[in-house]
Design a protein around this ligand. Structure first.
Ligand SMILES: C[S@@+](CC[C@H](N)C(=O)[O-])C[C@H]1O[C@@H](n2cnc3c(N)ncnc32)[C@H](O)[C@@H]1O
Length: 402
């Protein structure tokens, strides 16, 4: 992000919390019109283009707010963020949109919003190209305070895990799309087939090629052949960046997820991409696991089983393992201890907000010893166990002892 400002247009509107005409331009962004406001950003990725002044209805009205931005992206990719007065600290979810979305509404919920701040439109496009968008409307409203669930208490609340899954679901109807982006699957379902497939392609390309090769690309290369013809359970399948790729390469995928809209997106993608031998299972609570077939060759957990307390996922893993054959593989991506230390050794109910965004209830680190402990009494040999991507992630590929 580059500062300082290059243009000011201080048109205040009395009483309004957010006003399309009350903005500050950054980094040589070209802004014209009054509504829609046509914005062309600077070329650098993440550089701010326009910051709209937010003021709470009255002093002391700080709390939980919903910001709604109505936009159309004509070129590149834009992000929307709620930022503190210092224009640096991002308090609200950073959503991105590209031309595939057409006319779109971006909603950001900000917990602990101060009396004032900025709603920032910035360039999220990679590769040093500017983005172009039109902003049609801006709204902000106060929301009642969110109940903050005690995740640890919910772990033992009921043996089916229904209460904990309900809390996790609130966050995880939003899935990773691309290298850094996240999208709500309810929004993806509004796209027509062509746009949904285009967005999947774009997200897949970004997360597996170029700088994405070191994130996902390398293991897609490695496992496409390994998984061909295998029966694979994708636990926490999200946007299917892995699962759909492996299905296309010939794996027989079962997609398991705690959010029904995530599975609806995958059902549609499979239909659009002519993937016929895939199954979809909604993980409403732990009893849903009983519906799975018994003979998976591989259980694949990419960043899913790190988002609930150890004790809880131990119970979930035990049930899943009833469905993995002897000599079957447990392949998992997690966050390593080194990352947790680097990011300040936060309590797990706070760390998730750093790793996966503001609404994330939980994130926990793993090493081989902790994963083995979680999978016990089942026993595994380690084919692979190593940190990668600058200690951002740890990869486990384990084979079940006969
Ligand atoms: C960080 S996303 C990863 C999505 C996908 N695997 C990927 O590689 O992009 C986490 C996914 O796991 C799911 N999830 C969260 N907690 C889970 C749990 N305890 N069991 C199974 N899935 C879970 C979420 O619904 C979400 O789809």
């Amino acid at each position: 992000m580059k500062l300082p400002f290059t243009k000011k247009a201080p048109v205040a509107s009395a009483g309004a919390a957010l006003d399309l005409r009350n903005y500050t331009a950054h980094n040589g962004a070209a802004i014209s019109g009054a509504g829609p406001l046509e914005i062309t950003t600077d070329a650098a990725q993440w550089s701010y283009a326009a910051a709209f002044r937010y003021r709470g209805a009255k002093k002391g009205s700080a709390g939980r707010i919903l910001v709604r931005v109505k936009a159309r992206v004509d070129e590149g990719r834009i992000g929307v963020a709620f930022v503190k007065d210092d224009l640096t600290e991002i308090l609200g979810n950073d959503e991105e949109r590209s031309p595939v979305d057409g006319d779109t509404t971006v909603e950001i919920v900000v917990d602990g919003a101060p009396d004032s701040g900025w709603v920032v439109i910035r360039n999220n496009a990679q590769g040093g190209v500017p983005s172009r968008c039109a902003i049609f409307g801006l709204e902000a409203e106060n929301l009642p305070p969110a109940a903050t669930p005690d995740i640890s208490a919910l772990t033992s609340a009921d043996s089916s895990g229904a209460a904990l899954f309900a809390v996790l679901r609130e966050k995880w109807c939003e899935v990773p799309a691309g290298l850094t982006g996240r999208r709500k699957t309810a929004d993806l379902l509004k796209l027509d087939d062509e746009k949904l497939a285009a967005l999947w392609d774009e997200s897949h390309r970004e997360s597996t090629t170029g700088s994405g090769y070191a994130a996902r690309g390398w293991y897609h290369e490695l496992y496409a052949d390994v998984l061909r013809g295998r029966k694979v359970l994708d636990v926490g399948s999200g946007f299917g960046l892995d699962g759909i790729s492996f299905a296309r390469a010939g794996a027989r995928m079962t997609f398991l997820d705690i959010a029904p809209t995530n599975l609806d997106v995958l059902r549609r993608l499979c239909r659009i991409l002519h993937i016929e031998n895939a199954d979809f299972v909604y993980l409403e609570d732990l009893r849903s696991i009983d519906r799975l077939p018994m003979d998976f060759d591989v259980i694949w957990c990419q960043g899913s089983m790190i988002h609930a307390p150890f004790e809880f996922v131990r119970g979930e893993a035990r049930k899943l393992l009833e469905h993995l054959r002897a000599r079957g593989r447990w392949i998992e991506l997690a966050y390593p201890r080194e990352r947790w230390e680097r990011e300040g050794r936060l309590a797990f109910d706070r760390w998730g907000k750093h790793t996966d965004g503001a609404a994330t209830p939980w994130a926990e680190w793993y090493d081989l010893a902790r994963l083995r402990e979680r999978l016990r009494p089942a026993e595994f040999d380690a084919v692979l166990s190593f940190n990668f991507h600058g200690n951002d992630f740890i990869w486990f590929d384990l084979v079940r002892r006969a």
